[in-house]
Design a protein. Structure first.
Length: 428
């Protein structure tokens, strides 16, 4: 643990997430504007103790914490990276440019959740002043340690504003998210309501997309595949084992070892069961596919309010949207042991969307990249990261590159929005 005093804060750089108290970390997270379950202490600790995000895999933890009067005032997950795998914001060209000029790009400093391209809070802080102090502490530490760069990935708006004030450069990318909302009157400017059924959702799409989705679902059904879902502590060890077989096979079929181990998911089942929902596909009595999604549960994370379980769940276990609290589902992992036409779309999109509609979930985030997701009514949204490079000339070159890239991302978003799958309102 490294420690020093700065502006009345005690700055401690920790060599493991286990060195910070989990309750204090989670309490600070719950007070943020855009918390996610992936920033919970249990999630980050599991990545470490399961051997997934550790020095041997190129993820050396150096968690940055700021303390004042013995209280945790600000904190962020920080890793030293010896490669750029598992990040989903691609800087390989920057690393190559450094190498071509005889300079070392790695190790670099990364404030992110390993293997998890989910937008949300990265710089946890009790107030704006503490957040700004945290950014400056990160920069000062990177300068002191002579790292090439600092990267803050998939950050919240509060984080990006603090980074901009500190002189970091912003980089924009595009993801695809689904929103459980439709205009009451058919006018896009009218009040919104959630979908009452999957058919109600389909009615919001243009004819081409409605037809395509129905055809894809019919192919899976006619192949004899049915799905069941199971949530939280009802997911049995056998369910988790089957899911991992599917997940691992998908990676291996693409020539890669999976980022996450069975041990990691075992810790999720033990420490964060309420945040997971599993879909299992069966055919002729055989288990053939599964997909796992994560849930933002206001009962356990980030509402900033005290609610009982009865405030959040109806008699059938569905989650109600609370005033000021958005419930979110995140598409994460999938795999299959048999090939069935359109099975991926059913397992990863249609089953989760149907569940979200039936349980009142406000948003489903589909993960990184994937323009094909638009055909399933996941619409483009901009996500952003922040970057600091120590070398002035490289920083200038990257800033010019990001300006050009940013214009391109803006034009790409306009192009995607013009291809919206949503039904256009009737004229007049």
């Amino acid at each position: 643990m490294l420690e020093n005093d700065s502006n009345d804060y005690v700055i401690r750089v920790l060599a493991s997430p286990l060195e910070v108290d989990g309750a204090a970390w989670n309490a600070l997270l719950a007070a943020q504007s855009q918390p996610t379950p992936f920033m919970r202490h249990e999630y980050l600790a599991a990545l470490h103790t399961s051997g997934c995000a550790v020095p041997a895999t190129g993820w050396t933890p150096r968690f940055m914490t700021l303390w004042q009067h013995g209280q945790l005032a600000a904190a962020c997950p920080l890793y030293l990276k010896t490669h750029s795998h598992g990040e989903y914001v691609f800087d390989w060209a920057w690393a190559n440019a450094y190498a071509q000029h005889g300079m070392a790009y790695y190790p670099k400093a990364l404030a992110a959740v390993p293997f998890t391209p989910v937008p949300g809070t990265r710089l946890m802080a009790r107030d704006a002043a503490a957040r700004q102090a945290l950014v400056q502490a990160l920069i000062d530490w990177c300068k002191k340690e002579q790292f090439s760069s600092l990267h803050l990935l998939f950050a919240a708006d509060d984080d990006l504003a603090a980074c901009e004030r500190a002189g970091l450069m912003q980089r924009d990318t595009v993801q695809f998210h689904w929103t459980n909302a439709t205009p009451v009157s058919g006018d896009p400017g009218a009040a919104l309501r959630t979908f009452g059924s999957f058919d109600h959702f389909l009615a919001s799409l243009n004819q081409e997309k409605r037809k395509k989705i129905r055809q894809e679902r019919r192919k899976v059904a006619e192949a004899g595949v049915s799905f069941r879902w199971v949530r939280g502590r009802d997911i049995t060890p056998a369910d988790w084992d089957f899911f991992y077989r599917c997940y691992e096979r998908t990676y291996l079929e693409h020539g890669n070892a999976p980022y996450l181990s069975r041990g990691f998911f075992q810790q999720m089942a033990q420490g964060m069961p309420e945040n997971w929902l599993l879909f299992v596909g069966e055919r002729a009595g055989r288990l053939i596919a599964s997909s796992l999604i994560a849930l933002h549960d206001p009962l356990t994370l980030g509402s900033g309010q005290n609610h009982s379980k009865n405030d959040l769940e109806t008699a059938d276990g569905s989650i109600r949207n609370l005033d000021g609290v958005e419930t979110i589902a995140y598409g994460r992992y999938w795999g299959a042991l048999e090939r069935v036409d359109c099975l991926h779309f059913e397992a990863c999109y249609y089953q989760p969307l149907q569940w979200c509609i039936e349980h009142g979930i406000g948003r489903f985030e589909g993960g990184a990249q994937g323009e094909h997701k638009m055909a399933r009514a996941l619409l483009p949204v901009k996500t952003s990261s922040a970057h600091w490079l120590a070398h002035p000339s490289f920083a200038d070159a990257v800033e010019r590159f990001l300006e050009r890239e940013g214009h391109g991302v803006g034009e790409y978003l306009e192009h995607l929005e013009a291809r919206s799958p949503l039904r256009k309102p009737a004229a007049g």
